[in-house]
Design a protein around this ligand. Structure first.
Ligand SMILES: Cc1cc2nc3c(=O)[nH]c(=O)nc-3n(C[C@H](O)[C@H](O)[C@H](O)COP(=O)(O)OP(=O)(O)OC[C@H]3O[C@@H](n4cnc5c(N)ncnc54)[C@H](O)[C@@H]3O)c2cc1C
Length: 370
């Protein structure tokens, strides 16, 4: 590691890696540092692997439209990691949904998302007393392991310095336009100077801010469980989402060649907000909280709508801290967080609520440096 860089990226998730590579358009000496022993082991792996195409966001037209625009770009750029060999079903229940089936259909047509009534063989999978309409849509999954390899290849080609087992502890203004970053590696404290610093640590954004006496960014965290299941044959080539409210979603999870199951009521097991007076690092919380699966509740509810999911075999659970902006509580939107000069000059904080949001980030970076 050098002691001076043009740009330092803290956090080696998908966002940190992509931003490090993207910045090589503008800078020469770039460092990305990751506290774990490998890249993309946290939220960028532990998620439902959906490449969004708008369907998930009938209550936020902006998020739905951004997904529609980013979908083809993501599929093209990361083609080898994209899994397409399944049909994606969105179903709308008769009761309790926050959108009706006709609202859902009209909304999707408005944003130009492909949607049609699902064929009988799919409709028959659902309990017609509880499910109003079943739609066949187009949505894919990504394999996080392949995505990581693609990103690492890109970084090798752009000669970005990549360091794992390297934890950023704090940042401080070094002079009028440079930042000093304190890192811990091999139990040693290292101080480096950077022209630009990007905090891409997702659930741990405020860990750096808190240590650096920079105001905290309002963030909401959920300790989440996605169950990993082996679904029965009739569901193997399907992703299914029951919209929109306290419902469930099952998606192929390519790294394990199994499915994940999430349920709006049971997947978030515990929620907290970052608060200056009582700041708790999301990583400490992640390590401390006891893990007790709620699979039985998820399956119990899901099989009322989709009886065959009850035949699934439980394999295990993927646990993660999901971080969202508090404003997303209202409409379930997923805007990016992009704060330039966030507390210090040339210290920037970025968080994307979904993987394909990266292109909205790239747009902002172009505005900054082009
Ligand atoms: C349960 C769940 C389901 C989801 N489903 C989907 C989905 O289906 N589709 C979708 O598009 N999005 C989904 N998301 C959202 C998506 O996972 C995130 O938007 C995305 O992974 C964020 O990427 P990231 O790089 O910012 O975060 P991360 O991948 O978490 O990367 C942050 C990295 O920073 C490192 N780090 C933290 N602190 C430090 C430090 N001090 N020093 C050095 N390194 C540090 C961490 O170890 C980590 O590797 C889901 C998220 C969750 C939790």
């Amino acid at each position: 590691m050098k002691d001076k860089y043009d740009a330092v990226i803290i956090g080696g998730g998908f966002f940190g890696l992509y931003i490090a590579n993207y910045l090589s358009k503008f800078f020469i000496k770039i460092l990305v540092c990751e506290q774990n022993d490998d890249f993309m082991q946290r939220a960028s792996y532990s998620n439902q692997a959906r490449v969004h195409n708008g369907y998930h966001y009938p209550r936020s037209i902006l998020t739905a439209l951004r997904s529609r625009l980013n979908f083809p770009r993501f599929i093209k750029e990361f083609e080898p990691s994209i899994v397409k060999d399944f049909d994606k079903i969105y179903a709308v229940p008769r009761l309790l949904s926050k959108v009706t089936a006709s609202q859902f259909e009209i909304f999707m047509r408005r944003i130009g998302a492909p949607i049609r009534r699902a064929p009988k063989k799919y409709e028959n999978l659902f309990n017609k007393d509880l499910v109003k309409d079943v739609f066949l849509t187009r949505e894919y999954a990504f394999d996080a392991n392949i995505l990581k390899n693609i990103m690492v290849d890109k970084l090798n080609r752009s000669a970005v310095d990549k360091q794992v087992l390297t934890k950023a502890v704090n940042v401080k203004q070094y002079n009028s336009d440079k930042i000093q970053v304190t890192l811990i590696k091999d139990n040693q404290e290292i101080k480096i100077i950077a022209g630009q610093v990007f905090n891409c640590t997702y659930s741990q954004i405020n860990y750096i801010n808190n240590n650096s006496n920079i105001g905290l960014i309002p963030l909401k965290h959920e300790f989440t469980e996605m169950a990993v299941i082996d679904v029965p044959d009739e569901l193997k080539k399907l992703g299914i989402t029951l919209m929109c409210g306290p419902f469930f979603s099952t998606m192929p999870f390519p790294p394990l060649k199994l499915h994940t199951l999430s349920h709006v009521r049971y997947t978030p097991q515990f929620t907290w907000y970052d608060e200056a007076e009582n700041y708790i690092n999301a990583n400490d919380m992640f390590d401390k909280i006891s893990r007790k699966t709620r699979l039985a509740y998820m399956i119990h509810d899901a099989q009322r709508y989709l009886p065959s999911i009850g035949k699934s075999k439980y394999i295990g659970s993927i646990w993660e801290v999901k971080t969202v902006l508090p404003l997303s509580e209202v409409d379930d939107s997923r805007p990016i967080l992009f704060r330039k000069n966030a507390g210090l000059r040339n210290f920037h904080t970025i968080m994307g609520g979904k993987i394909d949001n990266i292109y909205d980030v790239a747009y902002e970076i172009d505005l900054m440096f082009k």
